[in-house]
Design a protein around this ligand. Structure first.
Ligand code: BES
Ligand code: MN
Ligand code: ZN
Length: 495
């Protein structure tokens, strides 16, 4: 896909589809008035007949038109300008792009104007991301993919072509490509994506984008006392891997931000075996690790002036004669002993060692991402990320970054009594609590491995993988939280 910026009048944009976003009520002024004139008043007639209102998500397509260089025009509604925010804008632009990417090789132009309180650069960034993300889907193994990358995308900006605008377009494109990287890794089956192959993809991305990548094999992990994570791995034919991504964009003395991802490439539940329905989507259980790899890739390509360490805990949770068992007592890297009460609560066992490793590496602040609990989906639904923290200020910073990216996140409680529910008779802690409050007890478990570092745990079990398509997105992996992590890094960057 080629991407360019142009300042031609809308009617002169040569393309297969000209996409124009309109607020409610539609006002035929400025560039839109000129387009209406070129189209012989077609837009005014649509408005008159009530077919063009600009309501959120409304799609109006004009085909076989005369008077414009575009073959077709697609109008997408933004809703009332006063209600417009980044999420609404993203959804509208994604809906529009998805309307035109079911056919191959489309050349698309998108009219970019300031919308509501959103600046032109913000709109341009969203448009670029949508153009990239909307052009690829989950049909990775279909003979006919059903969704195709745009051949070219032109962002039409009527005012002066400022440097800020160009930088935003580039940022939007890079974010889109990283979101697609995460989606692709998550959407691929566990026959292809397992700890070794995932680590290889990380190595490749690091080489392509210029950051460091170290891969720990089983021997190294044993040497580093990853007793908790190795127990999860021991039932699988596929050996585990722990990957350290190392991006240094700031001075060596600058604080280091750590992103830690749960990378269970397939979660069968182990001996606490999942039923078929629950197991069906468990290729998505490495979404945390995919998000971390994708975000670090974007941060490196954007050359942000920040130091980031990414940690991927890659393992398969399987059933065999060598599987770890209920009643096993594991010793994590930091010495904490864990009595296993459920082998399906494996994500926290993986993160325990990886978090402890990040702490020992001397990082300053931590965010972990994990498809950790069904309980979080029960609490917040499929679209909202649960946020847990040991440090209110850090939690609020991450929350603010998510909000500015239009990604929904909500704070969850961390009262100390939840930790009491994890008391074991034989060990320091057991790996599950009772049924109620399962997302919180999982977070309280993780808290035992982060020392006194400011830490945010993001449970993405709901939003990481969508059960069905919606107008603004395909089903399957969503690439959620890539934008938020990059935004957190941007805000931490020295200028
Ligand atoms: N990977 C699952 C959580 C999950 C559920 C992710 C649904 C995405 C969608 C995790 O390893 C798990 O199995 N959690 C258990 C914990 C329980 C045994 C305490 C769960 O949520 O049932
Ligand atoms: Mn599990
Ligand atoms: Zn899991």
């Amino acid at each position: 896909m080629t991407l360019q910026i142009s300042n031609v009048p809308l009617a002169q944009a040569e393309c297969d589809w000209l996409i124009v976003a309109t607020a409610e009520p539609v006002e035929l002024a400025g560039p839109l008035e000129a387009l209406n004139g070129a189209l012989g008043g077609a837009l005014a007639r649509l408005k008159e007949s009530g077919d063009l209102t600009g309501s959120a998500g409304e799609i109006v397509s004009l085909r076989g038109i005369a008077g414009a260089a575009a073959k077709r025009v697609l109008l997408v509604g933004l809703g009332k300008a006063a209600d417009l925010d980044v999420q609404r804008l993203d959804k509208a632009l994604m809906t529009a792009v998805r309307e035109v990417t079911s056919k191959r090789s489309m050349r698309v132009a998108i009219a970019v104007g300031g919308a509501g309180g959103l600046s032109r650069p913000q709109v341009a960034q969203s448009a670029a991301t949508a153009a990239v993300v909307g052009g690829s889907g989950p049909g990775l193994y279909k003979q006919e993919a059903g969704r195709y990358p745009l051949e070219s995308i032109t962002l039409i900006e009527s005012s002066d072509d400022s440097g800020a605008f160009k930088a935003s377009v580039e940022r939007g494109e890079i974010l889109g490509q990283s979101i697609n990287l995460a989606r692709e890794l998550i959407n691929r089956g566990p026959h292809e994506i397992y700890p070794e192959s995932f680590a290889e993809r990380a190595r490749q991305a690091a080489a392509d984008c210029g950051f460091g990548c170290e891969v720990f094999d089983e021997g190294r992990m044993r040497h580093e006392r990853f007793g908790s994570m190795l127990a999860v791995a021991q039932g699988s034919e596929r050996p585990p891997r722990m990957v350290v991504l190392d991006y240094r964009g700031a001075d060596p003395g600058a604080p280091t931000l750590a992103f830690v991802g749960k990378g269970v490439t397939f979660d069968s539940g182990g001996l606490s075996l999942k039923p078929t329905d629950g197991m069906l989507t468990m290729k998505c259980d490495m979404a945390g690790a995919a998000t971390v790899l994708a975000a670090v890739t974007a941060i490196a390509r954007l050359k942000l002036k920040v130091n980031i360490q990414g940690y991927l805990g890659l393992v398969e949770n399987m059933v065999s004669g060598t599987s770890y068992k209920l009643g096993d007592v594991l010793t994590a890297r930091n010495g904490v002993t864990i009595e296993v009460h459920n082998t399906d609560a494996e994500g926290r066992l993986v993160l325990a060692d990886v978090l402890a490793y990040a702490v020992d590496a001397g990082v300053d602040r931590i965010i972990d991402l994990a498809t950790l609990t069904g309980a979080c989906v029960v609490a917040l639904g499929e679209e909202v990320v649960g946020s847990f923290t040991n440090n209110a200020a850090w939690g609020e910073q991450v929350m603010a970054a998510a909000k500015s990216c239009g990604e929904d996140m909500w704070p969850m409680p961390m009262h100390s009594h939840f930790a009491d529910l994890l008391k074991s008779d034989v060990a320091d802690v057991k790996n599950v609590g009772p049924r109620w409050g399962g997302a919180v007890t999982a977070a309280k478990f993780l808290e035992k491995f982060v020392g006194d570092k400011p830490w945010v745990h993001l449970d993405i079990a709901g939003p990481a993988f969508a059960s069905s398509s919606k107008p603004h997105r395909d089903g399957g992996a969503t690439g959620c939280m890539v934008r938020t992590l990059v935004e957190v890094a941007s805000r931490a960057a020295s200028t």
